[in-house]
Design a protein around this ligand. Structure first.
Ligand SMILES: [Zn+2]
Length: 205
């Protein structure tokens, strides 16, 4: 490998990193959102972020396209309860597309990741943990420097399909082959009960 090539590759990496960071910095509040103030003032934030900036989404088999972006909105809300104590809420919506390897035909398949969740903030991590079991709501600890970027990334990760698969694979030859193998008795595990049946018959005769 020539030195020129190595330097070229390095420059490319550092350029794309700084590009990602500068784009991310359009929303500095996202790193340290004052949730209480955000909810009390019924604030809204939103925009687009490059998918390639979400490091934890770069998992094995996932191929975030460099052009793909994540559109997101955050809405703060303070709700009054019956006993008069106000509740702090955050509504997150995020949407993107990711390309994963289909586990049936092993070709690439596009998937939509769509997040639409409401979070209620309680005074501490302990309260959130203690109340989590008895509540269907998603509880988070109130933080005056809340990392909403991390929340967006967490929620996108939770939305990844467990077993990525095309709804209908294009490569029907491969799929047909997989089906054939599945049905071929040569590749099937012997049923232990069938073996027991045989043994029973043999002992009778
Ligand atoms: Zn497929």
């Amino acid at each position: 490998m020539s030195l020129e090539y190595v330097i070229g590759a390095f420059l490319f990496i550092s350029n794309s990193d700084s590009l990602t960071l500068s784009r991310m910095k359009h929303h500095p509040d996202l790193y340290k959102l004052d949730i209480l103030n955000f909810a009390q003032t019924s604030s809204t934030l939103g925009g687009e972020l490059p998918l390639s900036g979400f490091e934890r989404l770069k998992i094995e088999d996932a191929r975030p396209s460099p052009e793909e972006s994540v559109s997101w909105t955050l809405k703060g809300e303070q709700r009054k309860t019956q006993n008069g104590t106000p509740q702090i809420w955050l509504h997150l919506k995020a949407n993107t597309h990711i390309v994963l390897t289909c586990q049936r035909c092993l070709e690439l398949a596009p998937f939509e990741l769509a997040v639409d969740r409401h979070f209620r903030f309680v005074d501490s991590e302990e309260t959130a943990l203690a109340q989590d079991d008895e509540n269907e709501e998603d509880l988070l600890a109130l933080d005056r420097k809340f990392n909403a970027l991390e929340l967006i990334e967490d929620e996108l990760i939770m939305n990844l399909p467990l077993v990525p698969r095309h709804q209908a694979c294009h490569n029907s030859v491969l799929e047909g082959l997989a089906q054939e193998i599945q049905n071929d008795p040569q590749f099937q595990r012997p049923n232990p009960f069938a073996a027991l049946e045989k043994l029973k018959k043999r002992t009778k005769t």
